[in-house]
Design a binder for this molecule. Structure first.
Ligand code: ZN
Length: 295
């Protein structure tokens, strides 16, 4: 078993998911400024969101990344495959193709997929109660996108979301479920599709270690997202904890990943009213410190 990487003396494997500092004290922090602030701290990788890239401009974002020598640990995000009519199906397909093209332009290592829940639920009115049907639409949507992704040599990373998000955001809720879909669509496991393991979503799963080992065997570990689970959690979406402030055993999770050969970034992804209330500099400095001590 390979020795786990030592994160305590530097932060070269730290990546910042830019939603972590998207809006500080009520003011949008422009993506290019976030990249600058990361570069000042020796942060070599980021995972930006599409809306942030759209605001900054795709070309300008790519240029700034190059200027700083920064890379992506993933691109957030594609997915939302579920639909209630043909127009919805086509819109999802077209939008995902655009996401793939953007990921290529930014030289992302993978396009992260949040697959969608019951159609309409995110907007407040679910079109039906058929979650099995939604899962079938997801399987079809991912299959279709996989063909486009292969053409572009852009890996797809399915991110299972915690079951509390099954209705609105993603009806793939465990690593096992995500890997079952990967195995169905890509039985040869040629690197075109895998999973993003987000500690917040999967830490509770009794099959977590077993499924990480399975993902390792089939070379599907494409990303590791870290934050923490607070007790109590006061907001289901925007109360993620800073690493070390909650109950997730992050070193153990990272150890399981690395035992399977994962050698990529650990991407800090924190959606939190608490942390958005501070200055971006303070949040980034804390991420560096906690990444060294708690991941
Ligand atoms: Zn994530």
């Amino acid at each position: 078993m390979p020795t786990m990487r030592d994160f305590s003396t530097d932060h070269r494997w730290l990546s910042i998911n830019t939603a972590t500092v998207r809006k500080q004290r009520g003011v949008d922090w422009p993506l290019l400024d976030i990249l600058d602030a990361c570069a000042e701290r020796g942060i070599r990788a980021v995972s930006p969101w599409r809306d942030q890239v759209a605001s900054a401009g795709l070309r300008a974002t790519a240029a700034r990344l190059r200027a700083h020598g920064q890379v992506l640990s993933g691109y957030c995000r594609g997915g939302m495959f579920t639909y209630s009519d043909e127009a919805g199906r086509q819109a999802a397909r077209d939008d995902n193709r655009r996401a793939l093209d953007e990921a290529c332009e930014l030289a992302a290592p993978c396009l992260v997929l949040v697959v969608g829940g019951l159609p309409g639920a995110l907007a407040g009115q679910a079109a039906h109660r058929d979650i099995a049907g939604a899962r079938e639409q997801v399987a079809q949507g991912v299959a279709e996108l996989l063909a486009d992704a292969r053409e572009r040599s852009m890996p797809l990373a399915i991110e299972p979301l915690h079951p509390m998000y099954a209705a609105e955001r993603a009806c793939i809720n465990t690593l096992e479920q995500a890997l079952d879909l990967c195995d169905t669509l890509d039985p040869q496991s040629d690197g075109a599709i895998g999973v993003a393991v987000d500690a917040y979503h999967v830490w509770w799963d009794p099959k977590l270690q077993q499924q990480i080992e399975r993902a390792g065997r089939t070379k599907r570990l494409l990303a590791l997202h870290v934050c923490d689970w607070l007790t109590p959690t006061t907001d289901l979406l925007n109360d993620r904890g800073m690493m070390g402030d909650g109950v997730i055993d992050l070193p153990r999770l990272r150890g399981w990943m690395e035992a399977q050969g994962y050698a990529g970034f650990s991407e800090v992804e924190i959606f939190s009213h608490r942390w958005w209330a501070l200055s971006g500099a303070e949040v980034l400095d804390t991420c560096v410190d906690r990444h060294r001590r708690c991941v």
